[in-house]
Each structure stands twice: as C-alpha cells, then as structure tokens.
Ligand binder design. Structure first.
Ligand SMILES: [Zn+2]
Ligand SMILES: [Zn+2]
Length: 378
C-alpha cells in the first residue's frame, strides 16, 4: 500500500504505491517498543491497554512489579505478550526499579539524608565539575561530560560483583527525580529488548520469539536528537547521567553489559522526537497526558499541518488511517501534535521546539506566502 523511501526534503517518508481510499487503515503498530506510564498515573492506567478510568485505581495488580491492570484479561495479555516473550525480564527489571525507588523513599522518610559515597570507590556521584554550567553548545561538550563519567565509574564497575550491594546505590537512588524514574523504566525495557535481540541472533531463526516491533535494530534506526534536545533543556544531561548510574546499580547482572553510556544515550536521544504521547481517550483538549510510548514503525510518518493520515491509539496499538483519498506517489503524513489550530508562525515554532524541524508542508508554504503578500501589499 505504501513504501518507505527518502524524501526530496531530507529523511525518509511513507509514499503511496497505489491509490488508497479514505478511511483505510494503512498501518497498525501492534505494541510499543518501549513505553512508560507516568509514575503519578501508574495505579490509574492499565499497564496493558492504557485504559484510564477518570482517576479510579485499576482493579487487578501484578504481584511483583508495580503494575496495575483493568482486568484479568489485560494482565494475562501483558504477561503473554510483554513478559513471557521477553523471558520474564521485563517484570524483573521493573520490579528492581520499583523496589529501589521504594527503598529510597523509605530512607528519605526516616530522615537519614543522603549517604556519602563510600571511600572504597574513588568516584563522586555526578560531581559538579562534570556538569557544564550553561547549556552544552555542541556534540563535543556532551561527549566530554560522558567521557568524564566513564572514567570515574571505571574503578567502581560493578559487573563482577552484586550491583545491589554497590555502596553508591543509595546515593544514586535518592537523587533520582520522578521524571527520571519514568525515564529509567523506559530505558530499562529498551535494554531488555536489545539483550534479547542479541541473544536470539545466535539461535536458529525458527526458534526466535521476539516480534518485529520489539527489535532494537529497528528502534536504533530512528533519528537521534541529542544535541537539539540538550540545547533546549540543558538540565536533561544531568538527568541522563543519573538514569545511567541508577540502571547500573539496579539492572540484573545478565543485562549489565548492555547498560552502557552509548546505549542509554541512544534511547534517551531517540525518545526525544519519536515518542508518542499516551493520552486519555477519547482524545480532547482536556485529555490527561498519561505517559510515553515508542512505536518505531509509526515514526516513519512525517508531519504535515494538512495531514492525510490520522493516528489513533486503540488500546496498546497505534492505528494510522487515511482521512481522504490518496493518489499514488503521494506522501502519507500525520500531525505530530495538537497544534493545527494555531496560526502559521506559532505552529512552526512549536514544531521547531518540540520536533526540531522547519515545517515545509504545503499548508505552511501557502500560509507563509499569503502572510508575505499581505505584508508587502499593506
Ligand atoms: Zn486494560
Ligand atoms: Zn506545516
């Protein structure tokens, strides 16, 4: 129905290979590669179908990790399609993260304050001199920060020992902020997929279980926006460092070789412009923002301010449906956000700020030309 190929304006896009009628579902992304329900909402949003019942607590709980479901069916589906297919590693890493967070909270409530890093490890917790004062100006400066972190953690590399006994653990956990916990879960699940994909590469093709939408290689082919992201929100660099150190402390030993600076950076920098919001349904301007999900196959659709494809979440899956008839060779475009009612200038500003591009869609071209001609005639 459509093919993914380079566009005339850079990057890839989806182009119709034949006429497509209005109302056709051109693509279904069955489940996110990775996702995280915002911590605030974790009891109120079904971890499988993302159903939100106006703030009511979900009925069914997963025994270990802090996961809530709207029904036994959703829990069974989550176990089968998320956890079993990943050999129980998803529930394992989520449980470890939740336990660590609970432990950190308890320590805080007891008023023990932040533990000093152990002298045994000649390494500070994200030392002040590592993080830049202003915003990182370039890829080089970001590189430098990470290199310093790499050098300092080397003596404390926990791979051989039990990472949960790492004396730095407490310090790392106490410093983690709410939004970083969400980020840690999203990154951890991505690293589980990476581990499994590499494991499966060494097995016979017939016995591979990991579905296409869980492939790290597909996710990795998405564009990274690290420099743009950190220029806009410099404080995130320190957050990324903290998430990395946190995961190093809590991930199961088998996964530790994948908890590398490169991998963590790969996830957070791709999440930046590729994540789809998990919004309360039915979608309206009042909808709550419940979390983020990454659907790599859905990220091939470019933005247009006059989209011909609508994205809609159906439970855990994302559907892409044409909103008018499409001619062969026409590009299939969605709208990235809810900014289409804005005038051309602010719309383009939003796109630049949140998705890092100058919109060159037909509607922007038309409205910019109109604005120019009315300026010159007035
Ligand atoms: Zn559900
Ligand atoms: Zn536009």
């Amino acid at each position: 129905m459509f093919t993914v190929r380079p566009t005339s304006y850079g990057g890839r896009g989806c182009f119709a290979t034949a006429p497509i009628a209005e109302g056709t579902v051109v693509h279904r992304a069955p489940a996110p590669f990775t996702s995280a329900v915002n911590r605030d909402f974790r009891k109120e949003v079904c971890a499988y179908c993302f159903h939100y019942d106006l703030g009511r607590t979900m009925k069914v709980r997963f025994p270990r990790a802090s996961l809530w479901f709207c029904s036994d069916d959703c829990r069974a589906n989550w176990v089968a399609h998320e956890d079993d297919v990943c050999r129980g590693l998803v529930s394992d890493v989520l449980e470890r993260i939740d336990n660590a967070v609970a432990k950190a909270r308890k320590t805080m409530q007891l008023g023990r304050g932040i533990a000093e890093p152990s002298a045994e490890y000649d390494v500070d917790y994200v030392p002040d001199d590592v993080i830049l004062d202003g915003s990182p100006e370039s890829a080089d400066e970001i590189e430098q920060v990470w290199q310093t972190i790499a050098q300092r953690i080397e003596p404390a590399a926990p791979a051989a020992s039990n990472p949960l006994k790492n004396p730095l653990l407490k310090v790392r956990l106490l410093a983690l902020e709410e939004i970083e916990w969400d980020s840690a879960r999203l990154v951890a699940v991505a690293l589980v997929r990476k581990y499994l994909e590499e494991e499966e590469e060494s097995t016979a093709a017939e016995s591979r279980k990991l579905p296409d939408h869980f492939l790290w290689s597909k996710f990795y082919s998405l564009e990274s926006h690290e420099v743009d992201l950190l220029a806009r929100v410099p404080a995130l660099l320190e957050s990324h460092v903290r998430v990395f150190l946190f995961l190093l402390a809590v991930m199961p030993p088998a996964l530790l070789p994948h908890v590398t600076i490169a991998n963590v950076r790969a996830v957070v920098s791709r999440e930046a412009a590729n994540a789809f919001g998990i919004w309360q349904l039915p979608l309206s301007s009042e909808s709550e923002f419940l979390g983020s999900a990454i659907f790599p196959s859905g990220s091939y659709f470019n933005h247009s301010c006059e989209p011909n494809v609508a994205k809609s979440r159906v439970g855990r899956s994302m559907h892409f449906t044409t909103t008018r008839d499409i001619a062969p060779d026409e590009e299939l475009c969605i709208s990235y956000g809810m900014m289409l009612d804005q005038p051309v200038d602010s719309r383009r500003e939003t796109l630049k700020e949140q998705w890092y591009f100058d919109c060159g869609c037909v509607r922007c071209a038309r409205e910019l030309a109109e604005a120019n001609s009315s300026n010159s005639s007035g």
